[in-house]
Design a protein around this ligand. Structure first.
Ligand SMILES: *Cc1c(COP(=O)(O)O)cnc(C)c1O
Length: 431
């Protein structure tokens, strides 16, 4: 290489690794990742793709675009509140702050006053019992499916679980609850038909072999017409001491008039369920978790089962769950109950300057909750091709593509993001 070869002016690797850009990047990126980016940029310079003088600025740009996690924050403009593909429930600021605080050392299994080991997760359980006082005890595990596996294993492994044929459901991504239950070694005893199951169907199926009766909320579909199902109160008076487990799915702790067909933990327990199961990150609006509430004796039996250790919840979840319950109304609940007139006003404030229309648009609960319930609201009506630009832009904005249009619904967009949405739309529309 002669001295007038421009490649001789390419900075050296060690100079780049100690450059201010690399130093800054060390606060959030692993050394290996930084070295990789440096090598990439140098390789481009050696190929002549970038000038030697551009190496440092290019490195700086590349490193500042790198993030230690590649999960991309998304503005949810679909109108679907519990969006499965977007991580279901967004945490409340209080819950996010609690996660941040719990990310260091915390007294999750330590009684600081007495200086001894304590039970794990007591504070989150207390918060659940405060929110659902009819429950005698609570247990938190990794997710709803884990709660169901733990309950059926502890109560019915090697025995029968009685389940109505109308409640043989698939919860999404191909997971079928009957398969999950049978994986525990419990045998499913199907009763009734797809559309009709009576109390007598359950009673007739009970034998010495029965471990529990399971009710599963069909959380992602509804059956209309000639239908009948046995509710918990009817079952309670008919099945004696046999444990009744109710998988609620969505996680309402008390009735919500906006969602009249959605079961809730307090009512199910008052009606006589021994154990209810719910997810933490659906309508409860908290972190992914499986929540078990009910009779102290049963909850204790589950907590002591060896499987409980395999589905144990982590400290971050416990912190977020407690703060979701003890803190201000979480986003899921705010979005669910968002005022349509207010949504219209916000949509018009964005659509006006862009010269586009605002149209009526129903939001959805989503994520296996309240199927068929339309949350009336409004959407900004845009050309269909804008959807892909918004989805791949910065910030990433996910809209609803329907009937050849891109519909942007502000229901699940925090109001402080409205200006970012307007800016992104300006860029996408080229106006
Ligand atoms: C969502 C759901 C589950 C699974 O809960 P995860 O928290 O996703 O594991 C189980 N049962 C019903 C009825 C559900 O709706």
């Amino acid at each position: 290489m002669s001295t007038d070869d421009p490649r001789s002016r390419i900075p050296r690797t060690d100079a780049l690794l100690t450059s201010p850009a690399a130093q800054d990047a060390r606060t959030c990126l692993a050394e290996g990742r930084i070295q990789q980016v440096v090598q990439d940029v140098l390789a481009r310079a050696r190929r002549g793709d970038i000038a030697p003088e551009s190496v440092e600025p290019e490195l700086s740009d590349r490193l500042s675009a790198e993030r230690p996690s590649r999960l991309t924050p998304v503005i949810n403009a679909t109108g679907v509140v519990v969006h499965t593909n977007l991580g279901r429930a967004p945490l409340s600021p209080a819950a996010a702050a609690a996660v941040q605080q719990a990310s260091g050392y915390v007294d999750v299994e330590m009684d600081l006053a007495a200086g001894v080991r304590s039970k794990r997760g007591t504070a989150a359980r207390d918060a659940l019992l405060d929110a659902c006082p009819v429950a005698e005890a609570a247990l938190v595990v990794n997710n709803g499916a884990a709660a169901l596996v733990l309950a059926t294993t502890a109560l019915a492994a090697g025995k029968k679980v009685i389940l109505s044929r109308g409640e043989f459901i698939e919860i999404g991504a191909g997971f079928r609850l009957p398969d999950l239950i049978e994986s525990t070694g419990a045998r499913l005893c199907e009763v009734g038909t797809t559309n009709r199951t009576s109390v007598a169907d359950y009673v007739d199926a009970i034998s010495e072999e029965t471990g529990c009766i399971l009710k599963v909320h069909p959380s992602n579909f509804r059956v209309h017409g000639f239908t009948r199902s046995a509710d918990v109160a009817e079952l309670r008076s008919a099945v004696g001491e046999l444990p009744i487990v109710h998988d609620l799915g969505s996680g309402l702790l008390a009735p919500d008039p906006t969602l009249p067909h959605e079961p809730d933990a307090s009512t199910a327990l008052t009606d006589g369920a021994d154990l209810v199961i719910a997810s933490g990150d659906k309508l409860l609006g908290g972190p992914q978790a499986g929540i078990l509430l009910g009779k102290a004796e049963l909850v204790e039996r589950l907590a002591k089962h060896p499987l409980a250790r395999a589905v144990r919840v982590d400290k971050l979840t416990l912190a977020a769950l407690e703060a979701t319950l003890a803190g201000p109304t979480p986003p899921v609940s705010q979005y669910l109950h968002a005022d349509a007139a207010q949504l219209r006003k916000r949509a018009e404030a964005i659509a006006g300057p862009l010269g586009v229309q605002v149209v009526p648009h129903d939001g959805r609960v989503g994520g296996g909750g309240a199927p068929g319930v339309a949350l009336s609201g409004w959407a900004i009506h845009l050309p269909e091709k804008v959807a892909a630009l918004l989805r791949t832009g910065d910030p990433a904005i996910l809209t609803r593509v329907h009937d050849g249009a891109c519909l942007l619904d502000l229901r699940c967009v925090p109001e402080q993001d409205d200006t970012r949405v307007l800016d992104a739309l300006r860029a996408a529309l080229g106006s």
